[in-house]
Structures are given as C-alpha cells and as structure tokens.
Design a protein around this ligand. Structure first.
Ligand code: HEC
Length: 302
C-alpha cells in the first residue's frame, strides 16, 4: 500500500517537473493574475467595498475624488487612473508636456553617429523594443535592462558608458519608449535561472526591511488608492508602462531604475545601486506584473 502511494506521488512529482520544464513562468502567471484580480476588485467600487479596501478614507473623499470602476487598461495611468485631482493636474501639465524637449533630444542622440560612424541602429535596428525589456539573458545569466543595453551598445562601439538614472540615458530611453508606444509589455521567463531571478525580485518586493520595516506592498498594493503625506499612491500594476518620466520633483527625466532604487530607500533601507543585480531583479518582477498592458511612455509625474 505504502509502496503504491510513494509510486503515485513520484509520478505526480515527475509529471509536474516535466510540466515545469517548459513552463518557467507558471508561478509568475499565477502571481500576475492574482495581482490583476486584486486591483480590479479594489477599484471596482471603492464606495461599496469601502470596508474591505478603504476603511479609513472618508466617504465624502471617495465620492468626490475617486474615479471608478477601473478597467485593466486604465492602470497604466498610475495615480491619475484613480485620483481625480492628479488626473486633472496631469492633463493640464501635459498640454505642453515637459518631456517633449528631452524626448526630441533623445531622438537626435539616437541618430547621431558615434566616432566610428555607426549609430544606435547598428545594435537596435528597430527602436520599438521596450516591450521586451527587461529580458533575461540566458547566456550571461542576468537580467538586462534597456539602460544597460544602451550602454553596452555604446561601449561595443568604442564610446564611454553614460551615467544611469537621468540625462542622456533617460533621453535615449524616452525615445525608445516613444517608439514603443502601443506595444504590449511582454517580459519572458525563458529558463529556470530566469525564474529564480524573478523570485529574487519578488522577494525584494515583499520582504519587510529597513529602518521602517516596510515593503513595497504597504504603499503600492494595500496602500494603493490611499494617501501618504501629500502623495496619492499608485498601484504597482501598470506602474512601469510610462517610464522614463519627467518628474516635476526631479526637474527632469528619470528612468525606472532611478525610481525603483529611490522607493527602496523609502522603505528605510540602504539604496541599492542602479543596475545592480538586485535592482534589476526588482525591475524584472515589477515589469512582469504589468505584462499585457500597453506602453504609454514617456509621461509626466509629480
Ligand atoms: C512609503 C511609501 C512607499 C514605499 C514603501 C514604496 N514606494 Fe514606490 N512610490 C511612493 C510614492 C509616494 C510614489 C509617487 C506617487 C506614486 O506614483 O505612487 C511612488 C512611485 C513609485 C513608482 C512609479 C509609479 C508611477 O506611476 O510613476 C514605482 C514603479 C514604485 N513606486 C515602485 C516601488 C517599489 C518597487 C517599492 C518597493 C521597493 C516601492 N515603490 C516602495 C511611495 C512608496
């Protein structure tokens, strides 16, 4: 009898192992769909579901300032998706969008020849590639971000790498984002090591840490749709679709890596370096959560 049970469970194990072999995004898909479900429910009717999701928000505030129901595609607008004052403010600012000038500069940089006469197109024949970033490089066993790929193109052509986070790298990323508008985010998990990188990013997202003993969810999952100090918090779903952003607080364009490491610091932890292994894995997880959503960058944020 016992032998039979062991045999049966071994078969199940082998089978699930085989299934997993070609299906490295299995867990990630479960996570992504659960995340979507949570947010769709949360923003379906904040007044009706107040007890469950917004117990401490004044009902008058919900009625006056909350936009609902939200559809999946609305989440690419971040805080402006659910909070009327932010939506109005962003619409007004984007009448003369502050990212337009740096975006034009990015376009010029993209076509400007390196010292060897080549341009970025020698590495990226098509600039509409943001939907595939970050990707897992199975030869080098690492997550590769768009900023890193741009710098690797430069170095491969004998140019110096650019500083990460802002300036020319953000302008070039803005150009790539603009060319990729309308494409659906499509992050892949090609093998078991990539699945491990995804899990590491997920841990980075959920682990409580730092001086405040906080994690990302407190502000961007449970906290999304609430306010902290004077900031209305965005859902993590869709939070990457519009990067790089012109942020009024920064007075310029900044990349997703810049935003992510700043948010890690907000948990009271030491800020990881941009493009470090952990910062890239965090970007891998967070971007996977938005798979299927449509790119709409660059954009403006407070
Ligand atoms: C103490 C609260 C807090 C924590 C914790 C926090 N953030 Fe943020 N985050 C903010 C605020 C405030 C903003 C700006 C307003 C907004 O868009 O939500 C922001 C913005 C963002 C954005 C840009 C959203 C957009 O639409 O442009 C991303 C992405 C992000 N955070 C990711 C993270 C990740 C990943 C973590 C965990 C490492 C994290 N945040 C932890 C407060 C926080």
């Amino acid at each position: 009898m016992l032998g039979k049970i062991i045999k049966a469970s071994t078969i199940v194990l082998i089978l699930s192992g085989v299934l997993y072999a070609g299906n490295f995004n299995k867990q990630a898909e479960i996570d992504r769909l659960a995340m979507q479900k949570y947010f769709l429910k949360k923003f379906e009717d904040p007044i009706k579901n107040q007890n469950e999701y917004f117990p401490y928000v004044e009902e008058a505030e919900l009625k006056k300032n909350y936009i609902f129901p939200l559809k999946l595609e609305d989440f690419v607008n971040g805080t402006a998706a659910w909070y009327k004052p932010t939506r109005d403010q962003m619409e007004e600012i984007n009448e003369f969008a502050p990212y337009e000038i740096p975006l034009d500069e990015g376009r010029e940089l993209w076509v400007k020849a390196f010292a060897n006469g080549k341009t970025y197109s020698s590495c990226f024949p098509d600039a509409a590639i943001k939907q595939n970033f970050p990707y897992y490089d199975t030869k080098r066993d690492e997550v590769v971000t768009i900023g890193q790929a741009i710098n690797e193109c430069r170095v491969g052509n004998g140019e110096k790498a650019l500083k990460y986070g802002k300036g020319d790298i953000a302008k070039l990323a803005a150009y790539v984002a603009f060319e990729s508008r309308g494409k659906a985010i499509n992050v892949q998990i090609p093998n078991a090591k990539a699945a491990m990188a995804y899990e590491a990013g997920k841990k980075m997202f959920y682990k409580q840490r730092g001086y405040f003993y906080m994690n990302c969810t407190e502000c961007h999952v449970q906290g999304a749709g609430k306010k902290i100090r004077q900031e209305a918090l965005s859902p993590i779903l869709g939070s990457v679709s519009h990067f790089p952003v012109y942020r009024i607080k920064w007075g310029g364009l900044g990349t997703l890596q810049r935003r992510l490491v700043a948010c890690v610091r907000d948990t009271g932890s030491e800020k990881p370096k941009m493009q470090s292994k952990s910062a890239k894995e965090l970007e891998y997880f967070v971007t996977y959560m938005s798979n299927g959503l449509i790119l709409n960058g660059p954009d403006t944020r407070k």
